[in-house]
Design a protein. Structure first.
Length: 511
């Protein structure tokens, strides 16, 4: 759901001091991380610790701190800490049910076979549900001291460490070797850009705050649903921010968001061996095919416009669209970055006039194969905040006779105001779907599970569109990425965190 109606007169000024810093900074400078999944062992001790803990906020300070702590909760964690069921019900269904809580969701996310929740190391099957996700960040060589200083006696009484997730900084690349973290939405912190449908025919990287932070206007100009509390019936809610759209109610979601975490294991030797074989063991052809699968080359240059200069200090180019390459001749339609952000405006080229706009908004009137599912990118953006794990393995080393064995992958993290409209839509309709933008029999070349459809149609191809020639097909792609764990968390604003710490267990309607 897009959310409730709002009044255009209300100010959207962002409260950086109430927002956890991860939204704004990503903490790229803090290369060392420690991600902990915690169970609550002692509710009172946990509440006392939560009342005092200081997550780094989003206020910009000079020099920036060299450590940071960020915190998020699963729905089970909120319940154990006493958040009332009437409040929990205000969260989205997918958060309440959980990433692995329903078989049809797992199927839609592509979590089948080796990636099925029953196979996960955490977050699925019989594994203990984490209550809290604690993320520590520190500069070079500082993480152990930082971790020790956070893990006080009270902390150890309050929480049980269920799992410390592996992370390892290997430079600004992901384990296959491609530069990562280049493209991010440019959050419109000043609420300067119109969200009016009529003014957004073209792609813009600017995104309304409400797409990644709850309690602010989203790209529909509305407020995404989140728990609102009547302070009259809950004294603990007095210090929560007011709901902008519904004065009189307290906004438990404001300055918070959903955090999606997936541990994705990458088969680095498998990836490079497959690509090498498909390219006839010609090094340049190998790199060309791998780049086609990603949509950027090993230097991060976008295939659709490799000559666009990067921004000094910010890395490779990101100011491009696929408008000049509708047939996928320069960047294949099914490349990972083209599937995960097709960079289009609200209407396919050539749609003008009120009636045809209305027809498109309602999803009718599709007359070109490439119009399926790829309109209106701005409603499906993700703020990615993941970290890699496992030691570096260069492509040449991966192709050697005995590449050093180790698990490598990505702790994929994204922040979104709507799990279903943003993360699940991208994962399901764009990454996993075997039909996308007019191509078929393939899914995301990096992420796909490769299982055939129930109709028997294959999904394990990768097609490169070629000018004046037949599509260049690469067949029988194996699975390169396997899900090892995952969960949906709520990353609260700092006042909402204090509410969680203060709310009295059994005070309300939890029984
Ligand atoms: C192990 C798994 C993955 C790998 C190796 C991977 C790799 C990459 C690489 C190399 C880029 C290009 C660099 C950049 O623009 O930052 C990229 C971009 C991106 N990826 Fe992934 N990715 C993975 C999983 C995912 C998942 C699960 C999603 C979402 C469901 C996702 C969504 C995106 C998005 C939205 C972009 C930016 C596209 C753009 O704006 O141009 N990725 N990824």
């Amino acid at each position: 759901m897009a959310g409730s109606y709002m009044k255009m007169t209300i100010s959207d000024s962002i409260e950086f001091d109430d927002l956890q810093g991860l939204f704004r900074f990503g903490f790229g400078r803090l290369t060392e991380t420690c991600f902990m999944l915690l169970g609550i062992a002692d509710v009172d001790a946990a509440k006392q610790w939560l009342a005092k803990v200081e997550p780094g906020n989003a206020v910009s300070v000079a020099p920036p701190p060299d450590t940071a702590l960020q915190i998020a909760f699963s729905v089970q964690g909120l319940r154990v800490l006493g958040v009332r069921e009437s409040v929990v019900e205000g969260f989205s269904d997918e958060f309440i049910v959980g990433m692995s809580g329903d078989e049809s969701r797992s199927r839609r996310l592509g979590d089948i076979g080796d990636s099925a929740p029953e196979q996960w190391d955490w977050g699925g099957g019989d594994t203990e549900v984490p209550h809290v996700l604690l993320m520590l960040y520190a500069g070079d060589g500082k993480i152990e001291d930082w971790r020790r200083s956070v893990q006080t006696a009270q902390f150890s009484q309050a929480f049980r460490l269920l799992r410390q997730l592996p992370t390892l900084y290997i430079g600004p690349i992901e384990p296959f070797g491609f530069p990562d973290g280049i493209s991010q939405p440019d959050i419109d912190w000043g609420s300067e850009q119109s969200t009016d449908l009529h003014e957004r025919d073209r792609y813009s990287n600017r995104l309304a705050i409400g797409e990644v932070v709850l309690g602010y206007r989203n790209e529909y100009g509305l407020y995404t649903d989140r728990p609102l509390i009547d302070a009259g019936s809950d004294a603990d809610a007095a210090h929560l921010p007011d709901a902008e759209d519904l004065p009189g109610l307290k906004d438990f979601g404001r300055n918070g968001s959903y955090l999606v975490l997936r541990q994705l294991k990458q088969d680095v030797p498998g990836f490079w061996r497959f690509v090498d074989e498909a390219a006839g063991s010609v090094p340049e052809a190998r790199e060309t095919l791998a780049a086609a699968m990603v949509g950027r080359d090993l230097n991060g240059r976008p295939l659709v416009s490799p000559d666009t200069p990067g921004v000094p200090g910010e890395g490779p180019a990101n100011d491009f669209t696929y408008d000049q390459d509708p047939a996928g001749h320069r960047c294949p339609i099914g490349a990972h970055i083209r599937r995960s952000n097709p960079r289009n405006g609200d209407f396919p080229a050539g749609v003008t006039g009120l009636l045809s706009r209305l027809i498109k908004i309602l999803g009718f009137g599709q007359n070109r194969a490439d119009e399926d599912l790829i309109a209106s990118t701005r409603f499906h953006r993700l703020l990615r905040r993941g970290r890699s794990y496992g030691p570096v393995l260069e492509p040449e080393e991966a192709l050697g006779p005995d590449p050093p064995a180790a698990e490598r992958g990505l702790q994929f993290i994204c922040l979104v105001a709507s799990i279903s409209r943003q993360f699940e839509f991208v994962q399901n309709a764009w990454s996993m779907s075997s039909r996308f933008g007019g191509v078929q029999n393939e899914s995301d070349p990096l992420l796909g599970h490769r299982a055939p459809l129930t109709s028997g149609e294959p999904t394990d191809q990768f097609n490169q569109q070629v000018p004046m020639g037949p599509v260049r097909k690469t067949c029988h792609l194996p699975r390169f990425v396997t899900v090892r764990g995952g969960g949906y968390f709520f990353m609260p604003g700092i006042r909402a965190l204090r509410y969680i710490a203060a709310v009295r267990v059994n005070a309300g309607d939890n029984q």
